[in-house]
Design a protein around this ligand. Structure first.
Ligand SMILES: [Zn+2]
Ligand SMILES: [Zn+2]
Length: 136
């Protein structure tokens, strides 16, 4: 699929032509806090398939799995644009919230479903893990 998106102000943009390797909604506490919503919706692509333009600020933290996670956001408008996970160094995780066409996102998997707040329920019918999936 052709994928493109940008932050709220447009200073950070990305584009690519590739199939997402997975599409996930994560309800972990860090994703909730950084997403400004109940969960983060992310599309994982091969890193080299996505071209990012514009300067981002990076926030580094450790996931519950112990893996280092980097979340990139626009320093001007604050919108989170993508993330990288040290456990999957060849991948980039685009935030579905920044897609030009948000309907490109089709979630397949829910992780940290046990932490979903009542006001942002987990979709019925999706494969859901209470915490992280077995392979981390
Ligand atoms: Zn921006
Ligand atoms: Zn998360």
């Amino acid at each position: 699929m052709r994928v493109s998106g940008q932050c709220l102000c447009g200073a950070v943009r990305y584009r690519g032509d590739a199939e997402p390797q997975f599409q996930v909604k994560c309800y972990c506490t860090d994703c909730r806090k950084s997403s400004a919503a109940g969960h983060a919706a992310m599309m994982g692509f091969a890193r080299e398939a996505i071209e990012v333009k514009g300067e981002v600020k990076e926030f580094h933290s450790k996931a519950d799995s112990g893996n280092g996670v980097m979340r990139a956001f626009c320093p001007t408008c604050g919108a989170g644009v993508y993330a990288k996970n040290a456990a999957m160094p060849t991948m980039i995780f685009l935030r579905a919230s920044t897609l030009d066409d948000p309907d490109l996102f089709s979630p397949q998997l829910v992780v940290y479903a046990s932490r979903a707040p009542a006001w942002d329920p987990v979709n019925q019918g999706l494969q859901a893990f209470a915490e992280s999936p077995p392979r981390g």
